[in-house]
Design a protein around this ligand. Structure first.
Ligand code: SF4
Length: 200
């Protein structure tokens, strides 16, 4: 797997992302905290970031942190003008394209324009062959279905284990973006590629 991670990392770098491989969640947290310095930080909905303990670490050392999971819905807007925005991705192709699907569009917006910089923390379980496989992963029972279940929502992916391209009011897939290059609206987009399975 190490070779595959290195290869994906090189492809991310070739595309202009500031990417590096880290061993585990602890190393990802330390690397992200080092990049962030004293900056303010917005965080997107992310089990990966939660697993790292990054928000708690940053708050403890005095960084201003906006995370709607801890600070309520308004933090979602404040996160869009932070110095750094941290989240994960739903899939990462072997040739370095980053894929995200949002319900509200907050992560897709933040990775396009608003925050000064972004840091993506991505576990190796998110690596897929190509964009087609990325969409399949995103809409799978293990990804969208598990997320919907976690949120107590009733969607075909959660209840039946398959995607129906549903019209459910609980639908969590509204907008999908493929980042083939870092958005020019940001100064830097960092990627910490973790040699562990993290998040969904
Ligand atoms: S479109 Fe509906 S069924 Fe398909 S993955 Fe999204 S929420 Fe689940």
């Amino acid at each position: 797997m190490e070779n595959i991670l290195d290869e994906v990392c090189q492809n991310l770098v070739r595309r202009g992302f500031k990417a590096r491989v880290v061993a585990d969640g602890d190393e990802a947290m330390l690397a992200a905290a080092g990049i962030i310095g004293k900056g303010s930080v917005g965080i997107g909905g992310s089990l990966t970031v939660k697993e790292c303990g990054l928000a708690e670490e940053l708050k403890a050392r005095g960084n201003k942190v906006f995370w709607h999971w801890l600070d309520g819905p308004e933090a979602r807007r404040a996160a869009l003008s932070a110095d750094f925005y941290v989240c994960s991705a739903n899939a990462l192709t072997a040739d370095g394209v980053i894929a995200l699907t949002d319900g509200s569009g907050n992560r897709v917006a933040a990775l396009s324009f608003g925050p000064r910089n972004a840091i993506l923390i991505i576990g190796k379980n998110k690596i897929v062959a190509d964009e087609r496989e990325a969409v399949m992963r995103i809409r799978s029972a293990e990804c969208a279905g598990a997320n919907a279940k976690r949120l107590g929502l009733h969607t075909p992916c959660a209840d039946l284990g398959r995607c129906d391209d549903c019209a459910s009011p609980d639908r969590i897939c509204s907008v999908t973006a493929f980042f083939e290059r870092p958005a020019k609206g940001l100064e830097n987009t960092y990627v910490l590629l973790v040699d562990r399975n993290m998040g969904l």
